[in-house]
Design a protein. Structure first.
Length: 329
């Protein structure tokens, strides 16, 4: 028997316990933030912080979309092409539609998100109905969709109607509006993955698809919907990228953006083998990647130095993940 009376409230956790239970990526972000601030004058703090948060927002949409697929044990390599496709769709409609600013902006956003969701639906159907490997399906989509975009535009940028698309990258007083999108995305994703029936199905598929099937989990529908969400969020990111540049382009983002999204997923604690991961952890991973990029820029390092560091981080995270799974077994 313990001396604590029955029914009494549990004692609050000590600060040391909170420190020990905090995810490692949180401390990595804190260390990078301190280093970034130490490398530049105080007059640049506000601008640097805003730049990092905006970069985090754009990357978080891709990384959280990737998370929905990774949780099921899959992967989506088509994101750069989907981002470019969505930006081109939004830019084209912004020029052709004769609507008001608000209505035109909504239509452009819905069209970009819809284009991404349609690509994701195609991925989901091919992967689930034909049992094709997600790696090959999404890689083929990356190549073909980007090729179609280059063919349709001649490889050049397509200018957008600024008033109809720039509203999505505007400011609300001192606050950049994309930060509100990130907050909404975090809440919705965290609730969906952690508290909804579909979220539990996603984790079940990633942990053991055979057992999930025996338990009545709709494997095909669950997996296909994950790719739809991934495509839709990539489409949303494409509209944001296009709004920032006032244009659409078949090469709006490079392949290193895909590397950043995958890095944010694994650094944020998700397992590349499926069955584990959280939206909040992935958002911290995106923040870490943004802080890393800003810090390396302040140091004046070349882009290939940044790519080497990110590649090593992904390798280290994957090795730690595999080691942790073997240890649990």
């Amino acid at each position: 028997m313990t001396d604590q009376p029955l029914g009494s409230a549990a004692s609050p956790r000590s600060p040391a316990a909170w420190v020990r239970s905090a995810p490692p990526v949180l401390w990595l972000c804190a260390a990078l933030a301190v280093a970034m601030l130490a490398l530049q004058p105080p007059a640049n703090y506000a601008a640097a912080a805003e730049q990092v948060l905006l970069a985090t927002t754009l990357l978080a949409f891709l990384a959280i979309g990737q998370l929905f697929v990774v949780v099921t044990g899959g992967i989506d390599l088509s994101m750069p092409a989907v981002v470019s496709l969505a930006s081109l769709v939004a830019a084209t409609l912004s020029k052709q539609l004769e609507l008001g600013v608000a209505a035109g902006a909504v239509v452009c956003l819905l069209a970009g998100v819809g284009a991404g969701a349609l690509v994701g639906l195609c991925h989901g159907l091919v992967i689930t109905l034909l049992r094709a490997p997600p790696f090959l399906v999404t890689l083929a989509s990356l190549i073909s969709v980007e090729g179609i975009a280059v063919w349709l535009t001649g490889g050049g940028r397509l200018a957008a109607e600024e008033e109809a698309i720039a509203i999505w990258y505007a400011r609300l007083g001192p606050l950049p509006v994309p930060l509100l999108y990130l907050a909404a995305l975090l809440v919705i994703s965290q609730v969906t993955l952690g508290r909804s029936y579909w979220g539990r199905c996603l984790y079940a598929v990633g942990q053991n698809a055979a057992t999930a099937r025996v338990c009545g989990v709709p494997i095909r529908r669950t997996t296909a919907c994950a790719y739809v969400v991934s495509g839709a969020l990539a489409g949303f990111a494409g509209v944001l990228y296009g709004a920032r540049l006032y244009s659409g382009s078949p090469s709006l983002v490079e392949l290193d953006t895909l590397l950043d999204a995958i890095a944010a997923v694994v650094i944020g604690g998700a397992s590349l083998l499926g069955g584990r991961g959280s939206a909040s952890g992935v958002a911290l991973g995106a923040l870490f990647i943004a802080l890393l990029g800003q810090s390396l820029n302040v140091l004046g390092l070349r882009i290939w130095h940044e790519l080497v560091v990110k590649g090593l981080l992904i390798l280290a995270a994957a090795m730690l993940d595999t080691w942790a799974i073997r240890r649990r077994r």
